[in-house]
Design a protein around this ligand. Structure first.
Ligand code: 26W
Length: 822
């Protein structure tokens, strides 16, 4: 901001100033007094007070960006797993101590108010959390950027267990109030759906087509602050909420059909009602496509109308914006921009395409073929008839290029066509994104290589320069500085606090790995974090965990490719060996295996596996001998807030997916940065973690991707491993025997049967290697000092996995934009 007077004056940065602001909020906004205030009153007043300290930065950032008209980044994501906002805002505003002291002077406890916040669970897992880390880094790096998404009324379901089985409950995250959002109905956008297109001749004599939507909804923007870390910048996250264009149809109402009168209203509002809880297998539901088109149409209109100066020449749009497509979910933005340029702005097709194909970049986050979204031509044509026309034309021109470059190789044409002919005519969104984007990237080196070599091989052949890699990262502000204050203090004491915004500085810790005193203090911090976790799990879930045990943690969505079953077979094997007297409890280091995982409600096998984990856990925890050295804990409703307490307490991080299936993983990075050692396969970002922390500080096991695909190629016979490996056979037989289901042999028969018959993700093939690696873990854990030396090296060598570094890579390799410091 130039030297002109600040637009607004922030409250005084002092305990007195803070208390004054807080009481004003409590009295005048919350409408109550301290003596009568509920915890929620106090929390809402606190949140608004902190907002006030960030407001001037927010407005200055917005005004600066508008004045400077720099190249900006618009991150289009259907999911943002933000986590709680209070602590991050206090950190950004450097208000932690002042707030704690100010509240204490009023007899209020910051920790208690902190727990009153319900985290916005507007995402499923990795992809959603990554988006949240990325917008945090863009703000902290002063990059002109805006996140666009959907303000779901209900986020990811709340998970609870009944008889060990997952039960889903609606996520009423807005019920207690939403102090971090700012509604702007005055900037609402009208979005069309359905209807038909009609041809007409433009006054330039050109044959044109226009869309006549069948119905419309209003998109109301809600702005959220994205505060940079103490850099005076606050970026915006704009989430769209659907509203009916008119409250209700008075005409119909007067005719007495009240339900019908409000029908269109509920119909419209359904669009942003709830997050789809799937994170791998699209259900192809119409409402999902409505959600996708709704938020991208609002976002493109909003950017052109609100962020570009009036009369801006849209031919120069690529100089002002890059739309980053977070997986295929926002890809309908491509035909939408074409529609706006051709139909609304009167551009010619080629002109419009020349602009559009320079405005988008696409990140793919998966390797599972079933996770790549396709929309039937029937549905696309019914919901978005004009967009289907545009997609057909894009495909036509693209295939002409393919024919020309391949000398008319029709097989290649059919293989690369954006329109799949089988099993039904459908639009392949990943192909549309790849054709239109300037850059296509995977989220870890191995993943990006597999995209080039397998998933999008034909396209990488055609446009090798388009394909790049940007390895994921996580924000050190939330996942180290906030989640692990003990470790943060230790690091800052040793190397200063520059690491919070320059994580490569962690390298300076390396020599301290050889410092016995530093190692002792590191172990002390880990022990304290374990103590904190024990309290949280007891209070939250009534789960008793012994802090003196090795905490072996596996937290991520429940999916067969992530192989929670392999971890469970290890538990069953240990149980079997101890109960069979093969192993004495004295020779086994005491271990607590902690699971955290939600299953998509429609994913039957995943829900069976959750039930099996809970049933095995119940038997293990109740066994008089086994439970002295082995426990299973499965806190329900794993979310960002649980992760922030669990990860800093972990000793062992389970990253055991079948090689070639996990695109990257980001939990693996959070564990390494918090001083846990990883047991893992050479999959996703594990490969880069192992390379950086060193083989001695990583427990590698299992098939590599080439080995696994060779076995699959040759024909994988899981039962052969059952026949040849007695330990494996006994473990599977134990499950099949009903030992963990009160003798009911049928209870988990489907799980065992699938492993013996199909085992798509080769749990049985990697079983022995995994057991052997766990034996190495036990041997290593027997020497706490050596273990902590390895752990310190993991922290020191994991600075690369900062989402700030990921943003630098995107800025250099994909966006060609740069920060605009305050
Ligand atoms: C239902 C459709 C669907 C399909 C895929 C919904 C959501 C997805 C996401 C792409 C799944 C996802 O979250 N992928 C994860 O993305 C992370 C961030 O890049 C990676 O670290 C994980 O490896 C990847 O599984």
């Amino acid at each position: 901001m130039t030297e002109t007077t600040p637009l607004i004056t922030s409250p005084e940065h002092s305990v007195e100033g803070f208390v004054r602001e807080f009481l004003r909020e409590l009295n005048f906004t919350q409408g109550t007094v301290l003596e009568r205030a509920t915890t929620n009153d106090a929390y809402l007043a606190l949140a608004r007070t902190v907002r006030h300290y960030l407001m001037s930065r927010w407005i200055e950032t917005t005004v600066d960006h508008y004045r400077a008209q720099p190249k900006a980044v618009a991150y289009l994501s259907a999911e943002y797993l933000l986590g709680r906002q209070l602590d991050n805002a206090l950190l950004a505003a450097d208000l932690e101590e002042i707030a704690a002291e100010g509240l204490a002077s009023l007899g209020l406890d910051l920790a208690e108010l902190r727990d009153a916040e319900v985290e916005p669970g507007l995402g499923n897992g990795g992809l959603g959390r990554l988006a949240a880390c990325f917008v945090d880094s863009l703000a902290t790096m002063s990059v002109p950027a805006i996140g666009y998404g959907i303000r779901y009324e209900y986020g990811i379901f709340r998970q609870r267990f009944a008889g060990g089985r997952q039960v889903e409950e609606p996520d009423t995250w807005l019920a207690g109030g939403a102090p971090w959002e700012f509604a702007h109905p005055e900037h609402a956008v009208t979005v069309g759906f359905g209807g038909h297109t009609e041809k007409y001749t433009g006054d330039d004599g050109v044959e044109r087509s226009r869309w006549v939507p069948g119905w419309q909804v209003l998109g109301v923007p809600y702005n959220y602050m994205v505060p940079g870390y103490r850099n005076g910048r606050v970026n915006t996250l704009r989430l769209w909420s659907a509203r009916a264009t008119h409250a209700f149809d008075l005409q119909i109402f007067n005719e007495g059909d009240y339900v019908d009168a409000v029908r269109s209203r509920t119909f419209a509002e359904n669009i942003s009602k709830v997050l789809y809880p799937e994170d791998s297998t699209p259900q192809g539901k119409e409402l999902r496509l409505q959600q996708q088109y709704f938020f991208v149409a609002c976002s493109i209109r909003d950017f052109v109308d609100q962020l570009l100066p009036a009369g801006f020449d849209l031919r120069r749009l690529p100089e002002r914006i890059v739309f980053q497509l977070n997986d295929t979910h926002p890809v309908v933005a491509i035909p939408e921009l074409m529609r706006v340029l051709v139909d609304d702005e009167g551009f010619g097709w080629d002109e419009a395409w020349d602009v559009t194909r320079r405005c988008f970049a696409y990140t793919c986050h998966t390797l599972l073929p079933e996770a790549l979204e396709v929309w039937s031509v029937e549905l696309m044509g019914r919901l978005l008839p004009r967009h289907l026309e545009i997609i057909y034309r894009i495909n036509e021109e693209f295939l002409a290029q393919v024919r020309e470059r391949s000398g008319g190789d029709e097989l290649l044409v059919r293989r690369m066509s954006i329109i799949a002919e089988h099993p039904q005519r459908a639009v392949r969104m990943a192909f549309l994104a790849t054709v239109a984007a300037t850059r296509v990237n995977g989220v870890a080196e191995l993943h990006s290589q597999l995209l080039r070599d397998k998933v999008l091989a034909d396209f990488a052949q055609l446009w090798p320069e388009k394909f790049t890699n940007v390895t994921n990262g996580v924000t050190p502000r939330r996942f180290v500085r906030l989640a692990n204050p003990g470790l943060s203090g230790l690091i800052t004491e040793a190397i200063g606090d520059g690491w919070v915004t320059d994580l490569d500085r962690l390298r300076e810790l390396e020599p301290l790995a050889d410092d016995a005193e530093f190692r002792r203090r590191f172990r002390e911090v880990k022990a304290a974090n374990k103590g904190r976790l024990v309290d949280v799990l007891r209070r939250r879930d009534g789960i008793e965990v012994d802090p003196g045990t090795m905490l072996d943690v596996m937290v991520k969505r429940l999916h067969e490719y992530k192989r929670q079953l392999l971890k469970l077979l290890h538990v069953v094997t240990l149980y079997d060996r101890i109960t069979a007297g093969e192993v004495s409890v004295d020779d086994v280091p005491a271990r607590t295996v902690v699971f955290g995982a939600k299953a998509a409600p429609g994913y039957v096998m995943a829900k069976e596996i959750i039930a099996l984990i809970n049933h095995v856990g119940a038997v293990v925890n109740a066994h008089p001998d086994v439970s002295t050295v082995l426990r299973v804990a499965f806190p329900a409703n794993y979310d960002v807030t649980v992760a922030e307490t669990l990860i800093p307490a972990a000793d062992l991080s389970e990253q055991i997916s079948l090689a070639g299936k996990e695109a990257s993983g980001t939990g693996n990075m959070k564990f390494a940065l918090n001083g846990a050692l990883t047991i893992g396969t050479d999959d996703g970002a594990n490969v880069e973690i192992r390379r950086l922390v060193g083989d001695d500080n990583f427990f590698l096991f299992g098939l590599t991707e080439p080995e696994a695909s060779a076995i699959a190629e040759a024909g994988y016979r899981p039962s052969s491993y059952y026949e040849e490996n007695p330990g494996l056979r006994r473990a599977l037989d134990l499950v099949a025997s009903g030992a963990f289901s009160d003798g009911d042999r049928g209870a988990f028969e489907p799980v065992v049967a699938n492993l013996l018959a199909e085992d798509r993700f080769m749990v049985l093939a990697d079983y022995q290697a995994y057991l052997d690696a766990q034996a190495r873990v036990e041997a290593a854990y027997a020497d706490p000092d050596a273990w902590s030396r390895s752990a310190v090296l993991n922290v020191a060598r994991s600075g690369f996995f900062s989402s700030d570094r990921s943003m630098r890579d995107y800025l250099d390799r994909v966006w060609h934009a740069r920060p605009l410091p305050g």
